[in-house]
Design a protein around this ligand. Structure first.
Ligand code: ADP
Ligand code: MG
Length: 244
């Protein structure tokens, strides 16, 4: 399996997370253990309310676990409390997040939607633009670089959003149902892109999905049920990349 034997990029140890107190307490995550290695793409499945988004948010340092330990790219960032003072910086440096819907800024064209993240990270304006165009080309939407979000198809917009998530070369990419709005052929193209990104950038990718059609695209499938995580048998041999 890709990457195993090397150091995990994401290591979740005994992480629990609850919301509320007393009778209103909801145990959203219970003793979660999960390691993801460089080059791996893992799937996270489970019914609505099982804790998928909560787990991604904890890994993204958006949501604070209640207990446990979280190591990102070799650095312990949470050990029963946050150990890093600047979580925003950590997120910018290490994590790319892809949402179910592209969430592009409607008044910026495709290039600027990507470049804005680079400027936030401190890159100059000319360098941001050229890196943004390079990323759009990598995702095969370079020809749409001047289009506004409303002029893009669903698949194109999702690829611009992926380009934005990749802008800072994150080691960790978290995707919350990125293929949900796409038809199965486009979903496969997006999954193949994620695979290429994992390999090219030595990144770990965790992808929430409900889509049974793309399960062959993952190295491992994890299932959440009522806040508990099980690993499933490997998804089987990967098929050839989808025809374009
Ligand atoms: N901010 C919150 N406050 C209280 N309960 C929450 C909050 N976020 C999620 N939950 C609860 O935690 C559980 C897991 O939710 P979530 O992670 O969103 O599930 P999924 O993404 O698998 O649908 C659910 O019972 C949900 O109601
Ligand atoms: Mg969710």
């Amino acid at each position: 399996m890709a990457g195993e034997g090397r150091q995990a990029v994401v290591s979740v140890e005994h992480v629990s997370k609850y919301f509320g107190v007393g009778a209103a307490r909801v145990d959203a995550l219970i003793d979660i253990n999960l390691d993801v290695y460089p080059g791996q793409v893992v799937g996270l499945m489970g019914p609505s309310g099982s804790g998928k988004t909560t787990l991604l948010n904890c890994i993204a340092c958006i949501s604070q676990p209640s207990s446990g330990r979280l190591t990102l790219d070799g650095e312990v960032v949470y050990d029963d409390r946050w150990l890093k003072a600047d979580l925003r910086r950590l997120r910018l440096d290490k994590i790319g997040f892809i949402f179910q819907y592209p969430n592009l800024l409607p008044f910026l064209d495709a290039t600027d939607n990507v470049a804005v993240v680079l400027r936030l990270a401190g890159l100059g304006s000319a360098a941001s633009l050229s890196r943004a165009v390079e990323l759009l080309e990598y995702l095969e939407v370079g020809h749409r670089r001047h289009a506004l979000p409303k002029q893009l198809s669903g698949g194109e917009a999702q690829r611009v959003a992926i380009a934005r998530a990749l802008a800072n070369r994150p080691r960790i990419i978290l995707a919350d149902e990125p293929t949900a709005p796409l038809d199965s052929q486009r979903a496969r193209i997006v999954m193949d892109l994620l695979r290429r990104i994992a390999i090219d950038q030595n990144a770990a990718i965790i992808c929430v999905t409900h889509d049974e059609m793309i399960l062959d695209r993952f190295d491992h499938i994890y299932r959440l049920r009522d806040g508990r995580l099980d690993i499933e048998a490997p998804a089987g041999p990967r098929l050839e990349p989808a025809a374009r």
